[in-house]
Design a protein around this ligand. Sequence first.
Ligand SMILES: NC(=O)c1ccc[n+]([C@@H]2O[C@H](COP(=O)([O-])OP(=O)(O)OC[C@H]3O[C@@H](n4cnc5c(N)ncnc54)[C@H](OP(=O)(O)O)[C@@H]3O)[C@@H](O)[C@H]2O)c1
Length: 264
Amino acid sequence: MTSIQSKGTALVTGASAGIGAIYADRLAKRGYDLIIVARNAQRLEALAEKLRKETGRNITAVAADLGDKAALAKVEHILRDDASITLLVNNAGVGSVASILQDNVDEMEAMIDLNITALTRLTYAVAPGFVARGAGTIINISSAVGIAVEALNGVYSASKSYVLSFGHTLQRDLSDKGVRIQTVLPAATATDFWDVAGYAPQKSKPTTMSAEDLVDAALSGLDQGELVTIPPLHDGEQWLRWEADRRAFASNFGNAKPAPRYTI
Ligand SMILES: NC(=O)c1ccc[n+]([C@@H]2O[C@H](COP(=O)([O-])OP(=O)(O)OC[C@H]3O[C@@H](n4cnc5c(N)ncnc54)[C@H](OP(=O)(O)O)[C@@H]3O)[C@@H](O)[C@H]2O)c1
């Protein structure tokens, strides 16, 4: 039991395992009460009980399949109505290593429902309250393959590019209203993600990070005020240069006439 003053409530999705379970642990130890969300009620309740004992925080487990509209609406409702919520961690996600010729399109649609639609709807649910209260933080878990898009399954990579782009526009729309945004790009991390994605050996490769190191680094990035945190990228300046180039490049599109190279 700690005597740290409460920082409000953090709602963490995908908290029954992997990266989300470590976020739950670290945030409870930082003084947040928690609402932890995932499908597996038993694993969620076991984590809730452990963290209650260790930290004395209020921990509520909400079993919900975020790919299911009705269950997702229940979590949106919590985010809209519970004014104690100060932090949303959009972490729940699934991946795949299969190519378009091996994949089932229904599984890809389910991935989009979770990785994109649920993350978007939960963000839309929480943002107005954060703006009204002039404070709140949204952490969205993207992936290094949101940039290194050829590495894994195309729909997965594209879903994580979406999360990165969405974070930039959330920053544009919400940062002057007291809302903090952080997009986190893990690379390979040792979780059950790889069993679900179809390449379990990745978990024990020497280049794979532990979920504990990943989350501790991501929270350090949050403490440092970063908009985008890439824990495995050692040369942080490389991201800043790439981002500056992107913004400079984006200023070159305002021409009514096509480029001369397209003259017929
Ligand atoms: N591990 C990596 O190498 C890696 C790299 C880059 C990015 N990421 C991203 O990190 C995030 C967390 O992944 P992880 O590595 O921690 O994977 P994980 O260990 O497989 O955990 C995924 C979590 O999401 C929950 N979840 C899955 N489907 C759900 C659904 N339909 N509704 C609600 N919850 C659901 C799972 O719980 P239930 O089964 O109980 O629902 C679990 O708690 C994901 O967004 C992933 O894309 C992971």
